[in-house]
Structure formats: structure tokens, C-alpha cells
Write a protein that binds this ligand. Structure first.
Ligand code: G6P
Length: 367
């Protein structure tokens, strides 16, 4: 088994380090002359005229990829998107018909709730597209179209490379829709593709400098509770960062939209409370700074994840984790990486079984 870890101590760290490759494969296999080329998936202009609503349904980490995808699809293709966890979708009598596109996102393709949700959507006449990692899995087999991620086998229970490759797959689907229904300008389309292409090396850059993140984990592993906050797309990544941390550290953790602080969570803040603020969206930086000030004024310690160019947030943070510059819509692919590494080192510092956290399974095939 140690041979398969390629010299890494755990599968999770190996898989974190495989993200540049997974992202590269998932992306470049679908590009031809710098255009999205999804040969297997035939979503035509006519189809998109008919589709008046998209449901993205998934569980766990895959659900968080769906939250990011909603922002990309609505932004590029201007089609309304609803995102739901599979266990809720299947019992909610969802408003789905033949004009609905249903997108299932699943690493394993075997999650029972996701599969059941897919069947329910099909029964109601929806067209089903899935984003799946495991070739030939149940979700893939039962879908009309499949977009495979090229993450390679993921062994660690806490999902890492499956997530970033799902993001890439969903960005490509969103771009394909936007250019096909002409809601996205060519200029922006090519600008986004150009930026997607350099993400693997930007992930590589983050992976080369993990010492600071390890130190932050070593200094904070003893906390009983850590919460995450962000605005816009950073809310989605706060949720995924929090899930990663709780899965393998067993620290009580949750995530909120920073603007919701005053509506409850601020009551929890006392001297020494650790808050991780994800602040990558330029137009929301000012708002984030005031939220950070609000928790700091009550004694919180704040770690901020932000872009290298952000010189303002530094003034209010206790510690800053920088990620390379990219387009606002694409930041999730980078901002999640330090959060995976943070969760990993917190788990190690607490002496937990990183790859096989208690009570959790890699694939949940029961209800
Ligand atoms: C389990 C795993 C998670 C995963 C979720 C959905 O809870 O531990 O890592 O995100 O299932 O799995 P799927 O295979 O459908 O993506």
C-alpha cells in the first residue's frame, strides 16, 4: 500500500498533490484550438432554447462543486440553476419536467441518494447529464450524457482532486452552454479559457509553499470550534473548507455568508475564537474587511485567504494565506487548495487517521 502512496505518508496528501495533473487532464482533453470540445455531449442551441431550468444535485463535496457551477452557468449561459443535496431533492417533489436539464455530480457514481435523485428526475422527463469520476459507474450508466473527470482513483475518504476536477468539468459545461446560446461573448469565453489553462501551474505554486499552512495548522489544531466565512463564490468554498476540516479533524466547524454574521454567529465569538475568512472577490473586499473587523473587535483570531494583490485585507488579518491571481469566477480552484492542506495538517496534529476518518465512508451506498 505504501508504494501506491508515491512516497507520501497518506493518500490524501498524494491526492492533493495530484491536482495539477487532474485539472490539466480534465481540461486539456476537452480543448481543441482553445475551444471547448465536448464530443460526447450534444447540447445544441435548440436544446438550450428549450431548457428553462437546470437542477444540479449531489452530496457532500460534489454538492459544493454544484454550488460553484450554479454561479458559472448563470453567469455564462443565463439559465436559472437550482442546486440541491440529493437526499432532499428526491423527497421534495421537485419541479422537474422535459424542459429541465438535470446534472448529477458524483466522484464514485455510486452514491445511493444521487442515483435515486437521478432516477426521479428521469421519471419526470428531465434530460440527465452527469459529471462522474469512476468510468462505467451506476450514475454514468444511467445518464443521457456523461462528462468524466480525469482525477484518477481517489482513495482518501476526504475528497480533494475529485472536487477540483469537478469544478473544471462544470466550468467547461458552463462555457459550452454560454457560447452555444450566445449569452457569453467570444472575448470573455476566450479570456476564461486562457485563464483556465494556467490554473495547473498556479496550483503547483501553492503546493510548493505549504510550510506556512502547516505552521498555522500546528498553532491552531487545539481549537474546539472553527468557523469559515466568505461572500459570493467564497461562501461555497467556505462550506467545502469547513467540510474538509470537520471530516478529518473532528473539530466542530461550519461556514456562513459573512453578511449573516450579525444574524446569529457573532454571538459565538469570544477571545481566541478562530475565524477563517475567504476573501478573493475584488468587488466584495471592502465588505469582507468590515466583517473581519467585526469579529476581531470581539477577540477573534482571523486567518484570511486572499489573492496576492490584495494589500488591504492584510491590515486587519492575524495571518494571511495568499493564492495566485486569477479571474474572480475561477478562484475556487485555487482557494480550496490551502484549505485542504490546512485540514490535513490539523488532522495530523490531532493524531487522527487522515485517510480513514471515523464513521465516514468513501462512497455512501445506503440511505
Ligand atoms: C461521501 C464521501 C465524500 C463525498 C460524498 C459524495 O460522503 O466521504 O467525500 O463527497 O460521499 O460522494 P460522490 O462519490 O457521490 O461524489
Amino acid at each position: 500500500e505504501s508504494a501506491k502512496k508515491d512516497g507520501f505518508e497518506h493518500f490524501m496528501m498524494k491526492e492533493i498533490n495530484e491536482q495539477p495533473k487532474g485539472v490539466h487532464e480534465t481540461l486539456f482533453r476537452r480543448l481543441k484550438e482553445d475551444k471547448v470540445y465536448i464530443d460526447g455531449i450534444k447540447i445544441t442551441k435548440k436544446d438550450l432554447e428549450r431548457i428553462n431550468k437546470i437542477y444540479i444535485v449531489a452530496c457532500g463535496t460534489a454538492y459544493h462543486a454544484g454550488l460553484v457551477a450554479k454561479r458559472a452557468i448563470e453567469n455564462f449561459a443565463k439559465i436559472p440553476v437550482y442546486v440541491d443535496v440529493a437526499s432532499e431533492f428526491r423527497y421534495s417533489d421537485p419541479f422537474v419536467d422535459k424542459n429541465t436539464l438535470f446534472i448529477a455530480v458524483s466522484q464514485s457514481g455510486e452514491t445511493l441518494d444521487t442515483l435515486a435523485a437521478l432516477r426521479e428526475a428521469k421519471r419526470k422527463g428531465a434530460r440527465v447529464l452527469s459529471v462522474v469520476n469512476v468510468v462505467g459507474s451506476s450514475v454514468a450508466r444511467e445518464s443521457d450524457d456523461v462528462f468524466y473527470t480525469w482525477a484518477g482513483p481517489e482513495i482518501a475518504v476526504a475528497s480533494t482532486k475529485a472536487f477540483t476536477t469537478q469544478l473544471i468539468a462544470l466550468y467547461l459545461i458552463a462555457l459550452h452552454m454560454g457560447i452555444t446560446n450566445e449569452k457569453l461573448t467570444e472575448k470573455r469565453y476566450f479570456e476564461i479559457i486562457k485563464e483556465l489553462k494556467v490554473l495547473p501551474e498556479k496550483i503547483e505554486k501553492i503546493l510548493k509553499n505549504t510550510k506556512q499552512i502547516q505552521e498555522l495548522a500546528d498553532n491552531n489544531f487545539n481549537n474546539n470550534s472553527i468557523f469559515f466565512m466568505g461572500r459570493g463564490i467564497d461562501v461555497d468554498i467556505s462550506m467545502e473548507a469547513s467540510l474538509k476540516l470537520k471530516e478529518i479533524s473532528y473539530i466542530n466547524s461550519f461556514a456562513i455568508p459573512a453578511g449573516e454574521l450579525k444574524h446569529g454567529t457573532i454571538a459565538l465569538v469570544e477571545k481566541g475564537t478562530l475565524v477563517i475568512a475567504i476573501s478573493t472577490q475584488k468587488r466584495l473586499t471592502e465588505k469582507m474587511i468590515s466583517n473581519i473587523k467585526e469579529v476581531k473587535a470581539r477577540g477573534a483570531k482571523v486567518i484570511v485567504v486572499t489573492l496576492e494583490s490584495n494589500k488591504d485585507v492584510v491590515k486587519v488579518a492575524d495571518d494571511v494565506i495568499y493564492i495566485p491571481e486569477t479571474l474572480d469566477i475561477l478562484t475556487p480552484v485555487l482557494s480550496i487548495i490551502p484549505m485542504q492542506i490546512f485540514a490535513y495538517y490539523v488532522s495530523i496534529a490531532r493524531g487522527n487517521d487522515v485517510d480513514k476518518p471515523r464513521n465516514l465512508a468513501k462512497s455512501v451506498t445506503v440511505e
